[in-house]
Design a protein around this ligand. Structure first.
Ligand code: 1AL
Ligand code: ZN
Ligand code: ZN
Length: 418
């Protein structure tokens, strides 16, 4: 693209990212959880923006928003690109949103510069990927790729006891869908010929190696659990130490095992407990109940399974020793997903032709792309994250780095669809 066009695209991209970041609950960073009012307003905004770009908008029953640029060979499968609109609590403005915004601008630039594509191009804003509000993740792409059939909405509930189904009914966006758009609601998609996702790295490798582009070879598998430890709430002053069934002390010993076992296992295994709730959470009461989460990831499925089995067995031994009850619920399991080698080779060629530095790498973060990988050729493009920080208000990628990713995505979509 010539300089003035690059500047125009850069400006539009930065503006879109700022506009999307404004759809957040008050507080540090960006918080836009599934089916909340700020989530609804962001999807309504994207629906209008996509329509304004001349794209044909459709919405499915869970609130994924698609913008379609129809090709002249409608019988050929669709080239889909995009990412997720939801965030973690106090997250950044690039995780997910960048892949959607860049895809919208790429489609606009391609249509403006090359006219109608041979194959239909679609940008998608997936309703949810993070698993931040409800104990499941990939609700958007999981709906499209048949991971979920929607029945989960009846029972899955957030920390306030609101079911997914009730949250959907309360969403001003889903209620807002006009009959005309509703008639275009898509569900499972079997017409996708390739999926390409542009995303920030959320790690430090690209920055540390001064590399512009990451070509993702694979995405790690992950297992998430909710663990409930039930002991006996009792008086902090009158209960001898050897007569306690202290749920929090038990959980602390389990979490120490989590960290020490993960360090012993070594890279690429990572294990995190990001959420812990104590009941009754009162200074002079021995905790009777504790809930905590586990998030364990590895690039090899059998190593991931082996670690989880061993860890849960050790947690059970601790529970028996301390006389507390352990209940473990698996809330997510995604297998490691290799990206398509042919598409990755195309990305390498594009980087070489454009004189962009690049490196092949594995994603430690989960992505919607990993649900498409078993169904159609799938590729991911990374751009650097400053200091490797993500899932934080400090998340940042420079305009130049954002544009480099946009240019590679645009060139890839051109090769796939024109
Ligand atoms: N891009 C992401 O941050 N994905 C996150 N979400 C899921 N579902 O993995 C994560 O925790 O890695
Ligand atoms: Zn994320
Ligand atoms: Zn993400």
């Amino acid at each position: 693209m010539n300089d003035s066009r690059v500047q125009a695209s850069t400006q539009k991209l930065l503006e879109l990212l700022e506009e999307l970041a404004a759809f957040s609950t008050p507080g540090p960073g960006v918080t836009r959880l599934l089916y909340t009012e700020e989530w609804s307003r962001a999807q309504i905004f994207l629906q209008e923006k996509m329509a304004g770009l001349g794209l044909e908008v459709s919405i499915d029953k869970v609130g994924n928003v698609y913008g379609r640029l129809s090709g002249c060979n409608p019988q050929q499968k669709v080239i889909l690109t995009g990412s997720h609109i939801d965030t973690v609590v106090n997250g950044g403005k690039y995780d997910g949103a960048y892949g959607i915004a860049a895809a919208m601008i790429a489609l606009q630039d391609l249509q403006r510069n090359f006219g109608q594509p041979q194959r239909t191009l679609e940008v998608v804003s997936f309703c949810e990927e993070e698993g931040s509000r409800f104990p499941l993740a990939y609700w958007g792409s999981g709906h499209v790729t048949e991971r979920y059939d929607g029945s989960e909405a009846e029972t899955c509930m957030d920390a306030e006891g609101v079911t997914l189904k009730a949250a959907m009914a309360q969403s001003s966006f889903l209620q807002d869908i006009t009959e005309e758009k509703a008639s275009k609601r898509t569900g499972v998609r079997n017409d996708i010929g390739a999926f390409v996702e542009l995303h920030i790295e959320q790690g430090i490798i690209l920055e540390k190696t001064d590399t512009q582009i990451g070509v993702v070879q694979g995405i790690v598998g992950q297992s998430r659990y909710v663990v409930k430890v039930s002991g006996i709430a009792n008086h902090a002053g009158t209960t001898p130490m050897l007569m306690r069934q202290d749920a929090l002390a038990s959980a602390v010993e389990m979490l120490y095992v989590l960290e020490s076992s993960a360090k012993t296992a070594g890279e690429p295994l990572v294990a995190t407990s990001g959420k812990l709730e104590v009941y009754p959470n009162t200074p002079n009461v021995i905790p009777g109940e504790v809930l905590f989460t586990l998030d364990i990831r590895h690039s090899e499925e059998d190593e991931l399974e082996r670690f989880c089995e061993k860890l849960l067995a050790e947690c059970n031994e601790i529970a028996v020793k301390r006389g507390v009850i352990l209940e473990v619920t698996s809330v997510l399991h995604t297998v490691p997903a290799p990206m398509d080698t042919k598409l990755s080779a195309m990305l390498e060629n594009i980087c070489r032709q454009e004189g962009k530095t690049y490196r092949m790498m594995v994603s430690g973060a989960g992505h919607d792309a990993q649900l498409f990988a078993p169904r159609c050729p799938t590729a991911m493009i990374f751009v650097p994250s400053r200091a490797g920080i993500s899932h934080s208000p400090e998340e940042y990628t420079s305009p130049e780095q954002l544009v480099a990713g946009l240019e590679v995505l645009t060139a890839m979509l051109y090769e796939l669809a024109y």
